[in-house]
Design a protein around this ligand. Structure first.
Ligand SMILES: N[C@@H](CCC(=O)N[C@@H](CS)C(=O)NCC(=O)O)C(=O)O
Length: 211
């Protein structure tokens, strides 16, 4: 039985897993879980991932790994080449640190803005099995945080090819997905964010980014 990625092409979180799988050239199948149709809340998908989120990765032995952090840890151990979590102890620390920052300051900021404002996500302000009402102030806060994220990322990328270390890593994947995801709330880096623009253009050359 091959690896199976529970995916949804339109969503940013499974895109992180898709890029990782493509970078490591891991053969797998993909099953689309239609979030727009609420398939992730169905009993069938709850049995796969009780957290009702994608991505999830089913291994050959049937084990289900959820969360991008878990999927990345598994793939790095099972398919070490190319390493995407850092090679040396220092690099591993830097990659984990920057990955956490861009997830919290970038991806979460966009998610806050979107989930607390989009009519289609009414009462779905948080992922998971529970319903939570939208809070307009959190949407506004998310938009402010996105601008801070772009500024932070641009400063970090000044004089650097990659976000965390001297080679491509999961921190670049997460940051790229966050920058692209911001379009859903009509935000993008400003013209003065030249370092982000250079970095994003260079990453566009990697075939994995289209995954
Ligand atoms: N921490 C999780 C987050 C996964 C997540 O939030 N996935 C979203 C799609 S981007 C989801 O499944 N949303 C379901 C929903 O909207 O209820 C991870 O990185 O794997």
């Amino acid at each position: 039985m091959p690896l199976v990625l529970y995916d949804y092409k339109m969503a940013p979180s499974p895109r992180r897993a898709r890029i990782l799988l493509a970078e490591k050239r891991v053969p797998h199948e993909a099953i689309q879980v239609d979030l727009a149709a609420g398939e992730h809340l169905s009993p069938a998908y709850r049995a796969i991932n009780p957290a009702c989120t994608v991505p999830a990765l089913r291994l050959e032995d049937g084990t289900i790994i959820t969360e991008n952090a878990g999927i990345a840890a598994y793939l790095e151990a099972a398919y070490p080449d190319p390493p995407l979590l850092g090679r040396s102890p220092v690099d591993k620390g830097l990659v984990a640190s920057w990955n956490a920052r861009v997830e919290y300051e970038g991806l979460m900021a966009v998610a806050e803005a979107l989930r607390n404002s989009a009519p289609g996500l009414k009462d779905r302000a948080l992922t998971g099995p529970g319903d939570f009402p939208q809070v307009a102030e959190i949407a506004a806060r998310g938009l402010t945080r996105i601008e801070m994220f772009f500024d932070m990322l641009d400063a970090r990328l000044q004089g650097r090819k990659f976000v965390a270390i001297d080679e491509f890593s999961v921190a670049d994947i997460t940051a790229l997905v966050a920058v692209d995801f911001a379009r859903v709330v009509r935000r993008k880096p400003k013209p003065e964010h030249t370092h982000v623009a250079r970095w994003r253009a260079a990453l566009a050359q990697r075939p994995s980014v289209a995954a």
